[in-house]
Design a binder for this molecule. Structure first.
Ligand code: HEM
Length: 506
């Protein structure tokens, strides 16, 4: 049994032990939980009533900031098991042998909505997994689409603002939504996926693909440059089921939490969701000459060029005991990596390396990695460094060990000086702001996607786009239609006709 489940057991035991005695938070038995202490029958309440003050004051502080994106989510525990030997590509210990299991915690989410928003939203779905390896925690923070809207982190806050509420009306704003996307045409591929029925998956637990970029280094360790570019894919074993727009609207009214419920109930009844895990692997020298800039996350690596290589199985088999403690406090970051896995030069990923731990410090505090759901509990000897103190230090603060380095004591942790431990990527040139120029190539993959859709899928795509874009002003509509036409003439023309029909009907 894992340490985490042991911990859960402890929590349950504590809950059982205390269930018959109500206490204040400093452990005093409470004699009366119905009536405050007052000065006489109708007199004011007394500040000496610690139970009242303690209860109110804690209640007043119950809310922490919700995630600035991906606020609505559901999580579950499980494991990852290696099914195919890929040890020739990486020295990551958790991938070292077939059959090796690593405990995980996964969280599924929508992106733009608030914590109480509906699971039916037309939105990418987040798919974050924390692997509790013996070499520390590795977080895979991906989406259910293999690409993204933008390819430079500097645009991310602007992009997200356009998906949120208007600063004056506090309403969702179709003008802002389409204004930004039409002015950032490299978003066209992701927009095409978003407005297909893939934008409204039935449940979060059927997520199919993850766009995340990491480099695995290859053995032997001594060879610094021996790495490969890798994309990870988690393919559902449940089968894919998407909602049409009409079905999503109906379900939104009937049960806006349907996906959260589905995940919880499936696990409770022992129907454990699972995913087959694959990687695409690219040699660095191929990256230099490949048709697409591999650091541009608005593009996929077609499977015919880079086939999926099987790696393992992800299974979710245990619900959290407590939503806040586990799911809400879970803090995933692409910067949480383990030896054998490193980060690529992808600009978006580079921006994210800063953003996630930064927001965790804001959302959960500087000691967020001490919270049980986030702590690297499988590391032998635990976390050992020279960080100390800060709010909510709950791990013993590393006792009497020295809190500085270099030091002349033998008791503290020592750096390992492993040869080849850091990735060596050759970089050259002047620093500067190098814009990705927009070219016809930026429209090719969206056009290809439109072409492979069935007639029914195309009808739904056009209807879904028209139903939303009709709410934007006509200048923005025209600009976006031109983008669709650049991807595929028929695609753009059909959106244009749909908008004209919608305007006439109005
Ligand atoms: C959540 C930033 C792009 C996947 C978040 C959060 C931030 C953020 C601040 C909230 C984290 C928290 O409060 O715990 C960014 C920035 C991006 C970016 C700055 C681009 C520069 C992406 C991309 C993906 C992605 C491309 C997918 C490949 C996710 C997921 C979550 C998340 C899955 C939710 C994690 C959870 O369940 O707690 N992002 N993001 N993000 N992001 Fe991003």
């Amino acid at each position: 049994m894992s340490l985490l489940s042991n911990r859960n057991k402890e929590h349950q035991t504590v809950a059982k032990m205390t269930s018959h005695v109500l206490t204040t938070s400093n452990g005093n038995p409470v004699d009366n939980n119905q009536t405050s202490v007052t000065a006489g029958v109708n007199g004011p309440v007394l500040i000496s009533d610690f139970h009242l003050i303690d209860k109110l004051a804690h209640f007043d502080r119950e809310r922490i900031p919700e995630r600035v994106v991906h606020a609505k989510g559901a999580g579950a525990h499980g494991y990852f098991e290696v099914t195919n030997d890929i040890s020739k590509y990486t020295r990551a210990d958790f991938l070292s042998e077939v059959g090796k299991r690593t405990p995980v915690f996964a969280r599924f989410s929508t992106v733009g909505g608030e914590k109480g928003s509906a699971d039916t939203a037309r939105d990418p779905r987040g798919f974050a997994i924390k692997f509790y390896t013996e070499e520390g925690n590795w977080d895979m923070v991906g989406n259910n689409t293999p690409i993204f809207f933008i390819r430079d982190p500097l645009k991310f806050p602007d992009f997200i603002h356009t998906q949120k509420r208007n600063p004056q009306t506090n309403l969702k704003d179709a003008d802002a939504f389409w204004d930004f996307l039409s002015l950032v045409p490299e978003s066209i591929h992701q927009v095409t996926i978003l407005f297909s029925d893939r934008g409204t998956p039935y449940v979060s637990s059927i997520l199919i693909e993850i766009a995340s970029w990491f480099a695995l280094w290859r053995r032997p360790l001594m060879n610094l440059c021996n790495f490969k570019y890798v994309k990870w894919h988690f393919r559902t074993d449940q089968g894919i089921r998407n909602l049409t727009d009409a079905e999503a609207v109906k379900l939104n009214g009937e049960n806006p939490d349907h996906a959260t419920e589905d995940l919880f109930n499936a696990i409770e009844r022992g129907d454990f969701p699972s995913w087959s895990v694959f990687v695409q692997i690219m040699e660095p020298k191929d990256a230099e000459t490949y048709r697409w800039n591999i650091f541009d996350v608005t593009k996929v690596w077609p499977h015919r060029d880079y086939p999926l290589i099987p790696v393992g199985k992800l299974v979710l088999d245990r619900n959290p005991q407590n939503y806040f403690a586990e799911t809400e406090q879970a803090a995933f970051a692409p910067s949480h990596i383990v030896p054998g896995i490193d980060v690529s030069e992808d600009r978006m990923l580079q921006g994210r390396l800063f953003s996630y731990p930064d927001t965790h410090r804001h959302r959960l505090g500087p000691n967020y990695l001490q919270i049980p759901i986030n702590s690297p509990y499988r590391v032998k000897g635990g976390v050992a460094n020279h960080q100390r103190d800060g709010p909510m230090t709950v791990n013993g603060n590393q006792g009497s060990a020295p809190n500085y380095e270099p030091n002349s004591f033998q008791t503290g942790p020592r750096e390992q000086n492993i040869k080849g431990a850091s990735l060596a990527v050759a970089v050259s040139g002047f620093t500067g702001r190098f814009t990705y120029e927009l070219t016809d190539d930026d429209f090719v993959q969206a056009g290809n996607l439109y072409r492979v859709m069935s007639p029914g899928e195309r009808d739904n795509l056009i209807n879904n786009i028209v139903g939303h874009l009709k709410n934007a002003n006509s200048t923005i509509q025209k600009r976006q239609v031109a983008n669709f036409k650049r991807a595929n003439a028929e695609y753009g023309k059909r959106v244009e006709e749909g908008l004209a029909a919608a305007a006439a009907a109005k």
